[in-house]
Design a protein around this ligand. Structure first.
Ligand SMILES: Nc1ncnc2c1ncn2[C@@H]1O[C@H](COP(=O)(O)OP(=O)(O)O)[C@@H](O)[C@H]1O
Ligand SMILES: [Mg+2]
Length: 619
């Protein structure tokens, strides 16, 4: 079965979306001359950055390759001397000295070559490892520094692909093949020179097949660029799909999506298989072709050279040297064909990585942060306009003053913009226009540290880090004593369940807190926030994942947790909203009601309706 016969694509739409999502542009994938130039210079800069600390070592490696190249040049010459001078000397004068001298030189060359190869492999692996080490760290730090908005666009699967398959491609390049590339280049030049010096006519005939080889090489680089690109894309899609499907494995099982996911995966896997097969077919054709051309060249040299020897125009030794040089000429080029694939992958990996590294941090740290002493927690939205995308305004113009210490509840239909307001207060995003300020200081002027110390947001995704429960609570205020950690757990009502665990506070939460229930995880997160003691606490649907008994527990603790600080609560259950001092009802990013809960109920608007429905549901 060939690629063309691949079964009809049943999942074209997912693939389309995934492909466009995975389309971090690389030069092989865009026709726009400007962006190709930009990408190339980006990745050259990155390569330069990787190589800079190792300038000396790389220079040393190049030196080794030059010496190694000379050793390969020497052996055919020694053979030539052997045939043309050493053997005649024995025949004519019974003189073995020339042959012995040649043998000794031969041995010396072999030793030099051994040293070169050994040094090269050890040194290049060291340099390659060091470069990769620095790159991995840099990419990790960059992904960490990039804003939430970047990660909302750039899926976890793609992040994984950058750290795995792209790094692997670069590692392969640094580990094997660079020497072939350099040696092939050196060989072509030096062999041509030596042959021209030895016998210009025979050299011209020997190199006649060179243009043929160049043509084949050009053809191959064009078609294989396509095939290998396809192969790389399909591998990346496999990784992206795998990571995302496994990341959501609970949902997949809950909704019985296994069958569909399996089909999709098998489909992508098939794509990859055929893309790889196509690449290998071309590779086979190219390798075979190169070898055939090499042999053809040898035949030509043998025929023409033999005739020349018969005519007395050249020596047998020269012909022998030429035949050996032909082999040395074509063999590295053959290796290069294999390396071409590695080089292509590495180039596009470099382009993708440099693309990520050049991403701008959308919420940059201020150059000169403004200090904020003992803030009261007053929040002010001044004419805030916000949109995630060009075509859709989420907040058209929000004016809002939340005095320090107030507990504010946000109510409104899904999509009204509640979470967006919370994200703006946490500065996951900056407003498109207008400003958000804490105690009169624009959030953009606050240092990251002040921001994170003063404003904490808890969402439904109650994330626990790998470690013990105590460590997870301690994150709120690193360095806290065990007493304070326990106290925080007691306040939020988490102490009892933690004590009932096998190792109490020292129980390890499994990856993603797998051992605890959603409600228990949320209680741990509450304890962490309480220990952090921020001026502003935001709860975005934070109690929605709790079962009724756990919610009661938190409910009771909530008054304590929220006392003495500004709080923004987003909740569907009005039981949580009731404790607020003030309620805002939002509709499409606009405030349509604003007041104390009791007043709003009397006022008979939307909140009153919601409240009546909630009361009815309780009966
Ligand atoms: N990351 C995002 N990118 C693009 N649009 C978004 C993003 N997050 C939310 N939106 C859009 O912004 C609007 C408000 O969303 P959100 O603030 O999450 O509403 P709520 O929390 O009130 O349900 C919705 O129309 C939603 O589709
Ligand atoms: Mg929301």
């Amino acid at each position: 079965m060939t690629v063309a016969e691949r079964p009809a694509d049943k999942h074209a739409s997912w693939r389309g979306r995934a492909e466009s999502a995975e389309a971090d542009r690389t030069s092989a994938e865009t026709d726009d001359a400007e962006s190709i130039k930009e990408l190339r210079s980006q990745s050259r800069r990155l390569l330069g950055w990787m190589m800079r600390p190792h300038k000396k070592a790389i220079g040393f490696l190049c030196g080794i390759l030059v010496v190694q190249n000379f050793t390969s040049m020497a052996t055919p010459l020694l053979v030539m001397f052997g045939i043309d001078h050493a053997i005649p000397a024995i025949g004519e004068r019974d003189d073995y000295s020339v042959l012995i001298a040649i043998a000794v030189t031969f041995a010396a060359v072999a030793i030099v070559k051994y040293v070169c190869v050994r040094l090269y492999i050890a040194q290049s692996a060291k340099v390659g490892n060091a470069m990769l080490y620095a790159l991995r760290n840099r990419v990790f730090r960059k992904f960490q520094a990039l804003s939430v908005s970047f990660h909302e666009r750039f899926t976890s699967g793609r992040v994984t692909a950058r750290q795995s398959s792209d790094m692997e491609a670069i590692r392969e390049m640094t580990e094997n093949g660079v020497d072939d590339l350099v040696l092939a280049g050196l060989n072509v030049v030096t062999i041509t020179i030596v042959m021209l010096v030895l016998d210009p006519l025979l050299a011209a005939v020997s190199l006649m097949t060179f243009p043929l080889m160049l043509l084949l090489g050009r053809w191959f680089s064009r078609v294989s660029a396509l095939a290998y690109r396809r192969a790389r894309e399909t591998v990346a899609l496999l990784i992206v799909y795998f990571v995302e499907s496994m990341g959501g494995v609970r949902a997949v099982q809950a909704y019985r999506r296994e069958e569909r996911d399996r089909e999709l995966f098998a489909d992508l896997n098939t794509d990859n298989r055929f893309a790889q097969a196509k690449g290998h077919q071309q590779n086979a054709f190219m390798s075979g072709g190169m070898r055939a051309i090499g042999h053809l060249a040898t035949v030509v040299v043998l025929l023409f050279g033999g005739w020349q020897v018969m005519q007395g125009n050249t020596e047998v030794g020269v012909l022998a040297a030429f035949l050996l040089y032909m082999k040395r000429f074509f063999d590295p080029l053959n290796e290069l064909v294999q390396f071409y694939n590695v080089l292509q992958s590495a180039t596009s990996a470099l382009e993708k990585l440099s693309g990520v590294l050049d991403e701008e941090v959308e919420v940059p740290e201020p150059e000169e942060p403004r200090a904020i002493e003992r803030p009261s927690g007053e929040l002010r939205f001044a004419n805030v306009r916000f949109q995630y995308r060009e075509d859709h305004v989420v907040l058209p113009g929000l004016d809002l003053l939340v005095p320090g210490g107030q507990t504010l509840a946000l109510v409104g239909a899904t999509g009204a913009g509640k979470t967006t307001i919370a994200k703006l207060v946490s500065r996951f995003y900056d407003p498109t226009a207008g400003s958000v300020a804490l105690d009169g200081v624009d959030l953009r002027d606050l240092s990251e540290q002040d921001l994170r110390e003063n404003i904490v947001m808890i969402t439904q995704e109650n994330f626990l880090f790998n470690g013990t429960i105590a460590e997870n609570i301690e994150l709120g205020s690193p360095g806290s004593s065990r007493d304070r950690i326990v106290e925080a757990a007691e306040v939020v009502g988490a102490h009892e369940f933690i004590e009932s665990l096998p190792e109490g506070y020292d129980t390890h939460v499994r990856k993603r807190g797998g051992r605890l229930s959603a409600g228990q995880r949320q209680l741990v997160v509450f304890a962490r926030a309480f220990l952090a003691d921020p001026r502003v606490l935001i709860l975005d649907e934070a109690t929605s994942s709790l079962d009724i008994p756990s919610e009661r527990l938190v409910q009771r603790a909530l008054r304590t947790i929220l006392a003495d600080r500004t709080a923004i609560i987003i909740a569907h259950r009005l039981s949580t909203v009731e404790i607020a001092d003030r309620v805002l009802v939002l509709e499409q990013g606009r405030i349509i009601e604003d007041g104390r809960p009791a007043d709003l109920i009397d006022h008979g608007g939307q909140y009153a309706t919601l409240h009546r429905q909630w009361e009815d549901s309780l009966v």
